[in-house]
Design a protein around this ligand. Sequence first.
Ligand code: ADP
Length: 257
Amino acid sequence: HLDECGEIETYEELVPFVQTIKKQHDDIMKNAQMRQDFTANVSHELKTPLTSISGYAELIEHRMASAQDVPRFAGEIHRSANRLLSMINDIIRLSELDVMETEDMVFERVPLYVLAESCVDMLQLKAEKHNVTLELKGTPCHMAGNREMVEEILYNLCDNAIRYNNPGGSVTVTVVPKGEKVMLQVADTGIGISKEHQQRVFERFYRVDKSRSKATGGTGLGLAIVKHMVAQHHAELTLESEEGKGTTITILFEKAD
Ligand code: ADP
């Protein structure tokens, strides 16, 4: 910028220049703050299950658990270890996404409807366990994107729609072409998200109800991963939700022939 500064002669010419530099500075500071928060959160989030594993294992080691307690404690250790694994997997995924340049993305012709079909099949058992009906609507069509990322987006959205649902509720996945775009929509009749939380749920580790997220195997990173992947597709995401009624997430991807 300093090189170009030499050509500036009037105050009017200087103003946009200073504004650009200020914006760049703000972005850098914001990123640095986000990184710092993330590191602090990661340490905290990883410590919780580890403390539980260590505590229960210590009780068993020192024979301080009765014969009836041992299976229960072992169960707690198992669940906490699984939690730790999911969290580490999601953290690794996010750090991979952080260093990936959008220009490096190789876009392919992705059969969105077929992928949605597989996702719905894969999650059918989980939906049944939650007493939720899960169905796919729309028409077979293709989009331009990265197959693995699209599979992950689909899985995360459908998984949330089941986990934050009510018994007897439903999840409807819709895939339809819309002009030059392909629409993916995941709509649920679940607990919904109040206005104040709607934008924040895409932040790393942000959860409206921590205990519900934990009890259903959540890490608080699913939507942050989705947001990242959607941005890398230059796609558009909208969230509509009403507390107690349900949530609808819509993504518009580029269409492929
Ligand atoms: P988690 O692993 O906790 O589910 P996510 O990043 O996937 O993390 O979602 C962040 C939070 O957003 C969740 O903890 C939950 O409070 C809220 N949320 C996400 N999807 C839904 C949904 N379909 N209905 C209601 N709340 C949701």
